[in-house]
Write a protein that binds this ligand. Sequence first.
Ligand code: GLY
Ligand code: MN
Ligand code: MN
Length: 357
Amino acid sequence: MSAKRITQMRKQVSAENLDGLIVTDVNAVRYLTGFTGSSGLLFISTGKAHFFTDSRYTIQARKQVKGAKIHQAKGPLYEALADIPGIRTKNLLYGFDGEVVTVAERKRLQGILPEAQLVAADSLMASLGWVKEKEEIESIKKAVEISDIAFERILNLVAPGVRERELAAELEYQMIMLGSEKRAFETIVASGFRSAMPHGVASPKRVKKGEFVTFDFGATVDGYVSDITRTVVVGKATARQKKVYDIVLRSQKAGIRKVKAGVSGVAVDAVCRNIIKKAGYGKNFGHGTGHGIGFLVHTGPRVSPLSKDKLKPNNVITVEPGIYIDGWGGVRIEDDVVVTRSGGKVLNKAEKKLLEL
Ligand code: GLY
Ligand code: MN
Ligand code: MN
């Protein structure tokens, strides 16, 4: 990767009047440097950037990391920070990510940099990577396409007697065969009463005739994930199943229509939630409507009643309302959506009308 993101961050470090920024979160390090290993620490000062890893990853780091001097640490990466000339000068102000650095880590860091003032640099770190570059959106699009096709390919296996876990295995196999690096998160296949559990990861339960089956899964391409949910019925749907499904679908489509740069996460959530509330199922929709996706399946901006975020062009978010009725079942429908100035662009092509299989 080019050094562009490090250069941009260096400008922000200066603009915030910091003398340096310490980046420890593996995903933030990856975003800024392109380093895909599990052990990396980045220090960006106003003049230079330093990247620390251990001996397992130095060859990889030399290939992947541009725009930072690469150091091989002999012990904990934090401790190697002390090797940077001038880092222990008196009265310097260093930022760190207050959301990820633990109290114990902060203490250790202060021990290594005793003269420094350490501050949580939330304004620099909080929304890192939320606005996607063109290539990032291309990777997400590929991940979405893989999940869409994998879903189509496993539909013929959905029949009474098959285990949820077998369907999850087939989905994951198909995604890998289509080019996914790995599943994006633990695959959810929740049938019958289990479909009332929003995060019912695939179990040994066998699917029965007449049940809803909710699939929530994703692929990974270049580290970027997709996150899709579809709910189907095994056999013929009952009138109640059709009714609940239709409410969720109307809610999801209305939410997508509301997506546009400048609109708040609260506003998109409210559109989805109000439709479900008006239909009498407000209490059966407990989670937020959506979230940003990227390296992580859950990032910002958030789309929920508690969100403080406003949508920006090239955010990629999910819209995923649901209705969950304990003892009966549930429905969720989830698409991945690119935010633009003129609206939301849905990436998924998988069928959304109720499939009776
Ligand atoms: N699979 C988790 C989610 O949809 O947020
Ligand atoms: Mn999902
Ligand atoms: Mn999601």
